[in-house]
Design a protein around this ligand. Sequence first.
Ligand code: DX5
Ligand code: ZN
Length: 217
Amino acid sequence: PLRCKIGPSILNSDLSQLYVESQRLLDNGADYLHLDVMDGHFVPNLTFGHPIVKCLRNKIKTAFFETHMMVSNPEQWIEPMADAGVNLYTFHIEPVKEIPKTCRKIREAGMKVGLALKPATGIEDVRQFIDLADVILIMTVEPGFGGQKFMKDMMPKVQWLRHNYPLLDVGVDGGVGPNTITACAEAGANMIVSGTAVINSRDQRSVIAGLREVVES
Ligand code: DX5
Ligand code: ZN
């Protein structure tokens, strides 16, 4: 069976302590880090870019880094993010005209390819590109902010992907935590991004383990 991977989003952590917060998540059982990059244009919020990711990589040598690129021009940041030590470059398909070309550039830069879909974007828009991707990331909130309510009506997209691509890594992102993980697991998601539910808990280790247990059962 497909491996369940838990990737906490550090978006709502104390970013003045980015390294400490990230290392703690990894020590508490996170499989990878989900780093939310926002440009204030594709989404109405700003976070950080490749210079900070590179600093984090200098302190954390081996962990798997995903950057979730909520930016209008993802092609622009492929090289800098590869240079910063990113492993999986997940970009939104909505603003991109030449998706295959972007996927190819990401691979040429030595990273894995993730395709992210906003809630309003249907599976039909990504269908023809699935073979070019390592991960499809289904947004279960409107991208831009942590701590929003999980959209259960996105689960049919996850189900469709799992049904048609049994071996594909399918991710969910937004409002995922102990109260919503069952729906994600039943639909077939195996890459679990969870922000505030993990960050705000006093016992990160048990929340991460609990999420994993539901997906693996
Ligand atoms: C939303 C981000 C998510 C988010 C997850 O734009 O892509 O990764 O921060 O945080 P929670 O789990 O709090 O929704
Ligand atoms: Zn994200």
